[in-house]
Design a protein. Sequence first.
Length: 406
Amino acid sequence: MKTKILCFLGLTACLASLAYAQLSGAGTSSTICFSCHQDQAKDWSTTWHSRSHVDSNPIYKAMVNYISRVTYQPEESVLVGCAQCHNPKMTIKEISGKDSFTLAKVLHVETEQTKKVDASVGDASIKDGISCNICHNVAKINESADMEMRGFKAVEWGPKDMIYGPFEDDGRAGLHKSTQKEHFTNPDKLCMACHFGGETNPKSKVELYATGKEFIESGDTVERCADCHMSTKRKGIITPEITRPGITAQERNIRSHLFEGARNSNILKDTLTLKAKPSGNNLILELTNLTPHKAPTGFGGRSMDVKVEFIKDGSVVNIQTYTLEIVYLDKKGKETIPYIATSIKSDNRLAPNETRKLNIPKFAGATSAKVTVTYRLVSEKMLSIINFSDPIFNKNYPVASIDVNL
Ligand code: HEC
Ligand code: HEC
Ligand code: HEC
Ligand code: HEC
Ligand code: HEC
């Protein structure tokens, strides 16, 4: 009925409302939203939220494969666990009777359970990752300090055809149901449903992804997650191309949907300030973290290298590198990846808003130095542990640099 009425309103609205009619159907994917919300869709598709499914993220795939091999579990078992945050609408939440499932997988025997799990892991409607219908279908967030209670365990979904957002009313009512929720007027809570800190190895309690916890402990309230990672608010009309007779679209305060990270923005230039000055036999470096979380934060493979190149007669005569990273150990004390770690050997990342001084001994005879700070999505060490290389991940992203006369 709704569709019929809208079809008097012009072709765009008609096609869009046909798309919307599918919203109430089962297994919705976010492509339904794209026809009307092109700006949001364009931004979001550049972000790795859109690639959080194993089929579109090579480093996630490589990690899952490695965990599967060293822990003797089928990849599907690993994926069901990771889906808690990476694909929170995956229908299977836990694998019961893991031993018989593993045995069936090893022997390539198809059972009712393997069929169900395979269908759930390969479900087309979850392949677009942290998509529109993940965030905008969150009806409630259950806050908890328990590391286990993240991802789907932290949220309650609304009805399939309900969209939650930052505004009280859908000014052009009828296009879809929508309601205002506090976790959109203050989105920190929404972000922290997944970015608070969690653990994937319940026995060891090694904490991962503690960005939200770092943020809260910093006490910094100047800027929120969305201010830096979406954009500051600006005036704009949502989907201006959809018009309805007699209804004037309202100008609203909106943000971009870039969820800015190292890969799709230049957010790294706002990570830190770098100062350098000679003092006696040392070069003193001063790094100030400009973020209210650690730098680097998030996924445990992220690292930053501070590299000092001492120069004499125009050539580099000595290089010293200082790496900011977390080092994870397995139960035998060997360096490993976060997900199978039983302890943390060291974590020298910059604390929220910290200023760190580094004393670097000057190289004798050097007349100047070049200091560069670069960011890696995955440290070289971690790539070598899982024996993986890929141009996106095996790359140094520039953060800051400075030249000093000695
Ligand atoms: C990671 C969570 C997340 C995802 C994924 C997401 N959104 Fe949003 N969206 C938000 C938040 C948070 C706001 C509110 C921002 C604010 O006003 O502070 C918002 C606001 C909006 C608004 C209101 C206008 C605006 O732009 O501020 C629209 C429309 C919207 N989103 C559509 C979409 C569509 C379409 C997609 C998929 C292409 C999508 N969103 C994906 C979190 C998300
Ligand atoms: C038929 C076109 C159409 C489709 C399809 C559509 N939207 Fe909308 N949406 C609109 C219009 C128009 C508004 C209202 C804008 C206004 O009043 O300022 C809106 C508003 C919103 C808002 C803000 C609501 C609020 O109360 O804060 C969000 C969030 C949103 N849409 C998300 C989505 C998502 C997610 C999908 C896909 C599941 C989707 N929309 C599909 C047209 C559409
Ligand atoms: C449902 C869980 C979930 C929610 C809610 C969520 N995220 Fe994410 N976020 C993820 C996952 C999973 C990834 C990693 C995706 C990948 O690289 O495979 C991620 C990645 C990111 C990245 C790195 C993106 C890139 O392109 O490199 C940023 C930045 C980010 N999120 C910010 C936010 C902000 C800000 C919010 C709140 C508005 C938010 N997230 C809400 C799960 C979530
Ligand atoms: C003052 C701006 C600012 C605020 C506020 C902020 N961040 Fe960040 N964030 C950054 C910068 C700059 C980086 C890049 C350096 C780093 O990793 O620390 C970053 C990095 C990240 C990353 C890793 C990005 C990647 O490419 O993988 C995630 C995830 C993230 N932030 C999530 C959050 C969440 C969640 C919040 C709120 C709890 C938040 N941030 C608050 C500025 C900010
Ligand atoms: C508690 C929620 C949660 C769980 C559970 C989780 N992840 Fe993540 N994952 C995230 C978030 C949030 C990010 C984004 C952090 C960032 O950008 O720094 C992420 C990022 C990643 C990345 C980096 C992706 C990229 O594009 O750079 C990899 C790899 C990864 N996760 C692997 C896994 C694996 C493997 C599992 C299961 C063993 C898993 N994750 C379980 C929340 C989770």
